[in-house]
Design a binder for this molecule. Structure first.
Ligand SMILES: [Zn+2]
Length: 418
């Protein structure tokens, strides 16, 4: 198994603290394009510093894909400020296509326009960081700005919900490959229902199975663990396996522990936020499960975020040891310390929760990488058996929540590998 890439989503400035304090616990950043348009002075030097000090690479999640749904780019006062800046960086044709808050609907665009937009996105990604660095660097700073280009270009992508959407993604990808002067890592964004028809998985593989493509991102829309079925997981595993068989390593653009398990089927990486962002739907303005700033603790045995009182109650019922990550070791003597911290300063609590989450995800990834599939599944079963009663009996855990997703992961993967 090659190294599984742990990618951290960089989408707002609350991420700065964890990004800078635990740089050895992730491999790469997935930066949202409009953040770079908005923070031309601050974000590029941060990326440069991380590259120099830790060899951290980055990708840009194409902001063009945000314009398919109004909720993603229109706020109470029209087009959101960060998106405005991104649009003025790209200019026409996209600027005039969406200026009246019109959604970008590739099915209604000519092939020439689609090609033009795809090229603009490639140019933006190739130049935004190097050019910003050059413009804002000190007079006597000497460096080669092109050294700080992204690891690969991520072309504009469009959610595949029908066969017709396949051709649009193909057109975009071909135009992007023509335009790019560096490697290209396309993203397959696919709705779960699409995966279930015969032949659909083959046609998805065909979209990216092109000369020069050896990796892709994979965004299965709405892959939240509480609303993804066993047969969905089975089909996702099949897609990962078939991409991998075609020589293309899929890298989840949003992923929870299931994405980590997929390493056993050839997945090459996963992406998550400092908090949440383990899954996302296109048709919402925030990743699902990420609403508000509610404090939740990433609880390793159940591979999910739980409210603080629920974490404390479940872990005490299970008589579980304190988490052995370095931040928990420094801050917690007993699980109930979490309750006291939760009453304190919110900023500190969020920094703590974010760092703990990143350290644990990193450990999980390195662990899965070192195991066989059977070892991973046995361990998952052991955790399930140990925690199921405490979890389902705890009055602090929402009665709507169950641990069934762990069984769905195990069953789907077991059935697939039979
Ligand atoms: Zn911890």
């Amino acid at each position: 198994m090659t190294m599984f890439e742990a990618s951290l989503r960089y989408n707002n400035f609350n991420n700065n603290h964890p990004i800078e304090t635990v740089p050895n616990n992730y491999d790469s950043l997935v930066v949202e394009g409009h953040l770079l348009s908005h923070a031309k002075k601050a974000a590029p030097p941060r990326l440069k510093q991380l590259a120099e000090d830790h060899g951290t690479v980055y990708y840009i999640d194409p902001a063009l894909s945000d314009f398919h749904h109004q909720d993603n780019f229109v706020g109470d006062n029209g087009i959101k400020g960060w998106h405005q800046k991104y649009l003025s960086d790209l200019g026409d044709p996209v600027q005039s296509l969406v200026e009246d808050e019109t959604e970008l609907e590739p099915a209604n665009l000519s092939t020439d326009t689609i090609i033009e937009l795809a090229r603009q996105e490639v140019q933006f990604q190739e130049t935004i960081v190097p050019e910003s660095l050059e413009k804002h660097s000190g007079k006597y700073e000497e460096f080669d700005p092109d050294q700080y280009a992204p690891e690969a270009i991520v072309p504009w992508y469009y959610q595949i919900e029908s066969k017709a959407d396949i051709q649009i993604n193909r057109d975009i990808l071909r135009a992007s490959l023509d335009e790019a002067s560096q490697s290209v890592k396309p993203c397959l964004h696919v709705g779960k229902p699409f995966l279930h028809r015969d032949g659909h998985i083959d046609s998805l593989v065909d979209v990216v199975d092109l000369e020069g493509i050896s990796q892709c991102f994979l965004w299965v829309d709405d892959m939240g663990k509480h609303n993804t079925s066993e047969s969905d997981y089975y089909r996702i595993t099949k897609l990962v396996d078939e991409l991998s068989n075609a020589g293309i390593e899929p890298h989840f653009l949003y992923g929870d522990y299931f994405a980590t398990i997929s390493a056993h089927f050839g997945a090459g990486g996963t992406t998550y936020g400092t908090m949440y962002a383990e899954d996302a739907k296109e048709r919402t303005d925030t990743p699902s499960g990420g609403g508000g700033m509610l404090n939740r603790y990433y609880t390793d045995p159940v591979k999910d975020f739980l409210k603080i009182p629920a974490t404390v109650d479940v872990m005490r019922r299970a008589d579980a040891d304190i988490c052995d990550c370095e931040v928990c070791q420094r801050h917690l003597d007993d699980w109930s310390d979490l309750l006291d911290m939760d009453d304190d300063d919110d900023q500190n609590m969020q920094a703590f929760l974010g760092k703990h989450h990143l350290l644990i995800r990193w450990k999980q990834i390195r662990k899965v990488e070192s195991e066989s599939l059977d070892e991973t599944l046995d361990r998952l079963r052991g955790d399930y058996d140990e925690f199921i009663q405490h979890y389902s009996r705890s009055p602090q855990v929402s009665p709507k929540k169950t641990l069934d997703y762990i069984q769905r992961w195990r069953n789907a993967v077991n059935r697939y590998s039979e």
